[in-house]
Design a protein around this ligand. Structure first.
Ligand SMILES: Cc1cc2nc3c(=O)[nH]c(=O)nc-3n(C[C@H](O)[C@H](O)[C@H](O)COP(=O)(O)O)c2cc1C
Length: 210
């Protein structure tokens, strides 16, 4: 696959996992790709926790279901009906979970380039996640990002220190296929915007709500 094929084939995956094992060398390449990401001041503020244990995954899935209910309770009418049809996680169906965390103390106190923008550390972690996602796609694996959780709940579950932020629970594993379009588009929740809608020349042009 060419780079652009991989980029456009990448999909958030929830219902397509087979549960088949991931060969150790494949998992190693995918995690190495994540660890090769750029980071502010070369701080490399990420950690990757590989979660296979069924009991842990069940506990997390139960928490996510409760948070899904919290979100659903704020929806009315068509939004509520549409959301009810959308799967938001494949925690148990995936082969394993990779939890990616952000440690703001890594490389501190003088993180080169972070003095004015504290979030630059978090941006770095997101780049590691995107690297992981693209590498997994190139390897024929699916990845599903789960964010329906309270950070403290996930900290408690995985013994993550209070100063470290869990950024993502990624469901990872072989898939039957990758859908051609985002799940949210297929269910009529929201569509990808045309590039023109988000492209500006020289100055930020204010536009109606997108
Ligand atoms: C920060 C972030 C959090 C997300 N959280 C969830 C989630 O909790 N559950 C879910 O099903 N998808 C989640 N997604 C996936 C998005 O819904 C998905 O990326 C988007 O609909 C576009 O689809 P695509 O990734 O297949 O192109 C998340 C994505 C990002 C970047």
């Amino acid at each position: 696959m060419s780079f652009y094929d991989v980029l456009h084939r990448r999909r958030d995956t929830r219902g397509e996992f087979t549960g088949a094992p991931i060969p150790p060398d494949v998992l190693r390449r995918v995690l190495s790709a994540a660890h090769a990401a750029p980071s502010v001041g070369l701080s490399q503020p990420w950690d990757f926790i590989v979660v296979r244990d069924e009991h842990t995954r069940r506990a997390f899935r139960d928490h996510v279901q409760a948070e899904r209910d919290v979100f659903a309770s704020g929806l009315d009418g068509e939004r509520a009906e549409t959301f009810a049809r959308i799967k938001v996680e494949g925690i148990l169906e995936a082969t394993l979970g990779v939890v990616v965390t952000y440690d703001p103390d890594r490389g501190s106190p003088a993180v080169l380039g972070r003095h004015a923008i504290a979030d630059a550390g978090l941006y770095s972690v997101c780049l590691a996640i995107e690297n992981l996602w693209l590498a997994a796609t190139a390897e024929g694996l699916g990845v599903g990002w789960v964010s329906f959780y309270r950070e403290d709940a996930l900290r408690r579950l995985l013994d993550i220190p209070s100063t470290v932020r869990p950024v993502a629970w990624l469901c990872v594993g072989p898939v039957h296929s990758l859908p051609g379009a985002p799940d949210l588009e297929r269910h009529g929740w929201r569509n990808r915007l045309p590039l023109e809608d988000v492209l500006h020349q020289e100055r930020y042009t204010r536009r109606s709500a997108r």
